[in-house]
Every structure is written in C-alpha cells, then in structure tokens.
Write a protein that binds this ligand. Structure first.
Ligand SMILES: NC(=O)c1ccc[n+]([C@@H]2O[C@H](COP(=O)([O-])OP(=O)(O)OC[C@H]3O[C@@H](n4cnc5c(N)ncnc54)[C@H](O)[C@@H]3O)[C@@H](O)[C@H]2O)c1
Length: 349
C-alpha cells in the first residue's frame, strides 16, 4: 500500500512510519515540522527507497493538492495535529486552525484525489483521534468509553479533535469518502516529546528536579505503548470497515500518582540515586483547569472484529521507555531547549 502519513515526524506518526516501512508499505511522510516534530524520529527509515518526506502544512490546501497529485496514495493516515492540552488552554487558535481547518483541507484534498482516480472503493482516509473527545468518566471501573459513547469534549484540544471527527464522518455520509476512524487512549514510549507527563517525570528525576503532579494525582489515564498503537492503526487502515470507528486502548488504568511512583521505582532500580528514592522528588502543583478525572477505553470492538490486542504490558512498556530515555540523551537534550518546554503551561484559563 502507498500511505500518506500526516504528522509522521511526531511521536505517534513516527512510530507508524517506522512500522509501515518495516512491513513493506511505501510511505510519504507529510509534516510541517512544528515545535513538536523531530526528523530524527524517522532517521532509521530515511534512506529507505520506500520512504519520502514532504515538508508541508495541512493548513495549505494548494500544497496538499500538489502532494496528492505527485504521490497518488492508496490511503491517508491523518495524525498531524496540535496535541498538547496545556498549550491548547494558553493558545487555542493553533488547535482550531490545524486540527479543524487542517483536517477539512485534508478531507477536500483527499476527496479531489479520490474522485480523479474514479472513486476507488479500496481508498481509505484514516482519521486518528483521541479518547478525550468522550469527556470525563466517573470512578466506576465498569464504565468505559465505547464507540457509542456520546461526545463531550471539555478542553480546547479535545473540542478541536471532536470537531475533526465530525467532519470526517460527514465527508463519508455526504460524499461517500471511504473513511475509518480510531480513538485511542494515552500513549507512551520512545520519542515522546519532553513536555508530556512520562518524559517530564523521567528527565526531571534524572536532573534532580521536582516531579510535578497536577492536583492530588488521582486523575486516571489508560496507557498504551506507542508501538502497539501503531500496530493497531495499520490493522485498521488495512482491514477496518468503511465508515466504522474503533476504540484503541491498553486496558491499563493508572492514577497519575501511581504511574509516577512506578516510574520512580524503575529508575531507582536502573539508575539509583546516591541516597533515597526518586519518589522523594514528587511535588504536588496546582491542577490543570478543567482536568478530566478519568479516561478508560473499552477496546472490545477492535479485538473482536480485527483481532488486535496489545503486545506489551504496562510494566514492560514503562521499563523499555525508561531504558530508552537513559540511552538516548542525544535525542532529548536538544528538544528541552524548544519554546515552552520545561515551563508550566496551561495556567492562562
Ligand atoms: N499522544 C497521545 O497520547 C494521543 C492519544 C490518542 C490520539 N492522539 C492523536 O494522535 C495524533 C498524533 O499525536 P502525537 O502525540 O504523535 O502528536 P505530536 O504533537 O507528537 O506530533 C504531531 C505532528 O504533527 C505535525 N503537525 C502539527 N501541525 C501541523 C500542520 N499544521 N501541518 C502539518 N503537520 C503538522 C507536527 O510537526 C508533529 O510532527 C494526533 O492527532 C493526536 O490527537 C494522540
């Protein structure tokens, strides 16, 4: 398959690019290279004859038309987005333009390409989204997000992703564009940009800095190893039913405090402090405005219909992730100098 992957220089997109090339797909990586991007994430495939890079912005419709015409993809995997909730609180404008208008441009450019090609039934527009569109769950472990959970986004980020999901469904219903959608829980793993919780905790721990926990640390997230997400995404683009959405999750619910304590105990084992535990560096800070209490995915549809399940337990995945950061300082150190990284963001509500 020839895949046009947007956002392929980011955290999840780059995992998709690496896995797709490893599986023999041809990949065109379209990315604007924002502050969150790093082309080193795909250096392992950059010289492959299966790989091409297009430096372009999804807000630029003319650039998208040129790229569709030049590469004639069989499928689009649309991951490009502004993705950091705290940044969306301080400056929602970029989220509206990239996540909503950018997705609209992608849909229109894809529709024009698909129409020119004679509306092939095998074409796919795969929209990659988040479980955050469903809002916040009560503590009851029996209650989880299914594909039928009503949308209830509560941050500028999740609202912009919800809007983009609605556009994708509308382009299927109205124009017949063959779309598939996925909504995934929190990802973690190698190449995670050092402004997100897990890398912040690992890198602050190593630097002897406080490990910031928002509020009382009781917010629950459902964690999935990024390479398992990439595998799920390729499963859906290859075999997902047209017009259908699939929830993807690892069934690994943890409170933020539990997660940070687990990371500290892994670090205590792999790189012990001179004295005491990294957990001594935990510091509680003012909560994020509108902080959703709990996310939890019911992934039974993708399991039952497409046979996908995660391959890595959260214990294995977190240990692999900590080891990766210990071994890859040359990757993360320069990124810490980028704008806003290491600062407390998301307080301007
Ligand atoms: N990180 C998670 O836990 C998670 C969970 C579920 C879904 N998602 C979704 O997966 C996708 C990827 O998330 P991520 O964490 O890898 O994000 P990321 O911030 O690491 O990467 C986003 C990439 O998109 C690119 N990009 C941003 N704006 C662009 C624009 N206007 N034009 C072209 N490229 C642009 C960036 O340069 C970057 O390479 C997003 O759509 C996000 O909503 C993320």
């Amino acid at each position: 398959m020839k895949l046009l992957v947007t956002g392929g220089a980011g955290f999840i997109g780059s995992a998709v690019v690496r896995l797709a090339v490893a599986r023999g797909h041809r990949v065109v990586n379209l990315d604007a290279l924002t502050y969150a991007a790093c082309l080193d994430n795909v250096s392992s495939v950059a010289d492959s004859p299966l790989y091409a890079f297009e430096h372009a912005d999804i807000r630029d419709r003319a650039a998208l038309d040129r790229i569709f015409a030049a590469h004639a993809p069989d499928a689009v995997m649309h991951l490009a987005a502004e993705s950091h909730v705290d940044r969306s609180i301080d400056g929602p404008g970029d989220f509206i333009e990239t996540n909503i208008t950018g997705t609209y441009n992608m849909l229109e450019a894809a529709r024009a390409h698909w129409t020119r090609a004679g509306r092939p039934a095998a074409f796919r527009f795969h929209h990659i989204s988040t479980d955050e569109v469903f809002g916040s769950l009560p503590p009851d472990p029996a209650v989880k997000f299914t594909e039928d959970t009503p949308y209830d986004p509560r941050s500028p980020y999740s609202a912009s992703k919800a809007a983009s999901d609605h556009l994708v469904r509308a382009w299927h219903e109205t124009y017949g564009l063959p779309v598939v959608l996925t909504n995934c829980s929190n990802n973690y793993g190698p190449y995670h940009f050092p402004e997100k919780l897990i890398p912040v905790v690992i890198l602050n721990a190593l630097a002897g800095k406080p490990l910031p926990i928002y509020g009382d640390g009781s917010n629950v997230r459902d964690w999935l190893y990024v390479e398992d997400h990439a595998d799920a995404l390729l499963t859906v683009v290859e075999r997902g039913a047209v017009g259908r959405s699939y929830n993807i999750g690892g069934e690994n619910e943890r409170t933020n405090l539990e997660l940070v304590r687990t990371l500290c105990s892994i670090l205590d084992r792999l790189k012990p402090r001179a004295s005491g535990s990294y957990a001594d560096q935990i510091t509680f800070v003012t909560d994020r405005p509108g902080h959703d209490a709990r996310y939890a995915i019911d992934p039974s549809r993708i399991g039952a219909e497409l046979g996908w399940r995660p391959s890595v337990t959260v214990e294995e995945g977190l240990e692999r992730t900590v080891r990766w950061y210990l071994e890859n300082e040359a990757w993360w150190r320069p990124l810490q100098a980028r704008q806003g990284v290491g600062e407390r963001l998301g307080t301007k509500a």
